[in-house]
Ligand binder design. Structure first.
Ligand SMILES: [Zn+2]
Length: 409
């Protein structure tokens, strides 16, 4: 166990979030003296950029609330703390949507749990990760609980921002809000050194190219696939600049995203379908089996719809990582062109960024960044991946065409 865990308890899992940690410790401590549960804030909202650890923060708080040690809440050693952090505490429910949205049906189940009293723990805690994926109906169902919460129930919502697109204004207004910040390169490096045992040079390098994302830094330091993925994204910055390579590169990207998604879920899908069939009696050979199965076609359809939604979500996540890297590359080129000294997103690619900068104007680079952002938006609005990417590389190609080019002049 690292020293961080012994000194800071469960909060040692947070990276570079000093203010949030202080607020949560204070709240957990005062909740202890609150035997009626009436003074407790029952709904919390954790926001922060991807990788800042918003769901980790929520989980740490859940552990601190359940912690049975006499010392600081969230000791990290007691049964309540360890089971909460491991996801096995009976009174801490984590809702992690794997599809595009959390449905009303899913939310009703949550509301049901929220109305129960804790069985062994001090509180009934519900952590909703990606609360920005609540459908309007689901948000309304949740709002009812948040407005009149049972005494011992605490609801912890996690979302990227408090933007009305991510979170309904009413729901937001009923929650106490804590904003996590992007952790610094140094604090990420310290985690990789202290917790993952990486060499300092390796840790600092991975942290510097991670875009402030702890998990990504860890993967970039240890996983070839993550490094290949990043290399592919950065190559696209150049391939997209020239018409002869742009569309092929876009097509290849879609292909590899599709095949990665497929391998990601093949086993899970087969298992889910098998489980459903067994639960419907499809595993049997009795006379009634066929009839049961026919009647259950709707359930199978429902499962397939859920799986499709999860696929789409995974594809978007993969694409998103690529686009963020890509936008970072053009951003670096732009800072280079403007002589800005801001920290670069890809410090190891400085030469290539200056090469890009020499091939178009700052306006052209700005146009490239806009094209990447427009692609993200289009995909969010359900435009087909291939179409969105084709449109993106077309705009990027324009930014690099001769009238905008500085070469030779
Ligand atoms: Zn504890």
């Amino acid at each position: 166990m690292s020293s961080d865990v012994t000194e800071r308890g469960v909060f040692g899992r947070l990276v570079g979030q000093h203010d949030v940690e202080q607020s949560l410790r204070a709240a957990a401590l005062s909740a202890r003296g609150d035997s009626s549960g009436s003074d407790m804030t029952h709904a919390w909202l954790f926001t922060g950029p991807p990788g800042s650890g918003r769901s980790v923060a929520a989980l740490c708080f859940a552990a601190a609330l359940q912690c049975t040690s006499d010392g600081e809440p969230g000791c990290g050693q007691c049964h309540a703390c360890t089971t909460t952090m491991a996801g096995t505490h009976g009174d801490v429910r984590r809702i992690i949507p794997d599809g595009l949205s959390i449905s009303v049906k899913g939310m009703r189940e949550i509301v049901n749990i929220a109305s129960r009293r804790p069985t062994t723990g001090r509180w009934q805690v519900i952590v909703v990760e990606d609360a920005d994926r609540l459908t309007e109906g689901a948000a309304n169902a949740l709002l009812k609980v948040v407005e009149e919460p049972p005494d011992r129930t605490v609801i912890l919502l996690c979302a990227p921002t408090t933007d009305p697109e991510d979170m309904s204004v009413t729901l937001r207004s009923r929650c106490r809000h804590l904003a996590l910040v992007t952790p610094s390169v140094e604090s990420i490096a310290q985690v990789l050194i202290g917790r993952d045992g990486l060499a300092p040079d390796q840790a600092r390098f991975a942290a510097s190219i991670s875009g402030g994302h702890v998990g990504r830094a860890r993967r970039l330091a240890t996983d070839d696939v993550a490094r290949d993925e990043r290399a592919r994204s950065l190559r696209l910055a150049f391939d997209a600049a020239s018409a002869s390579t742009a569309y092929k590169a876009a097509e290849n990207l879609v292909k590899s995203i599709e095949s990665e998604t497929k391998t990601l879920f093949t086993d899970v899908k087969e298992r889910e379908l098998e489980e459903l069939k067994v639960s419907l009696g499809g595993g049997g050979t009795g006379k009634g089996t066929a009839g049961t199965l026919r009647g259950s076609a709707g359930l199978i359809k429902e499962l397939e719809a859920r799986q499709k939604s999860r696929d789409t979500r995974a594809k978007r996540d993969l694409l998103d990582r690529t686009l963020i890297d890509l936008a970072g590359m053009y951003r670096d080129a732009l800072s280079y062109a403007l002589g800005s000294s801001s920290t670069s997103t890809h410090p190891d690619m400085a030469e290539r960024a200056s090469d890009l900068a020499s091939r178009t104007s700052p306006e052209g680079l700005l146009k490239c960044i806009e094209a990447v952002l427009a692609c993200r938006e289009a995909v969010d609005f359900n435009v087909k991946l291939q179409w969105a990417l084709d449109a993106m590389v077309a705009s990027i190609g324009e930014a690099f065409r001769p009238p905008f080019s500085r070469s030779g002049g």
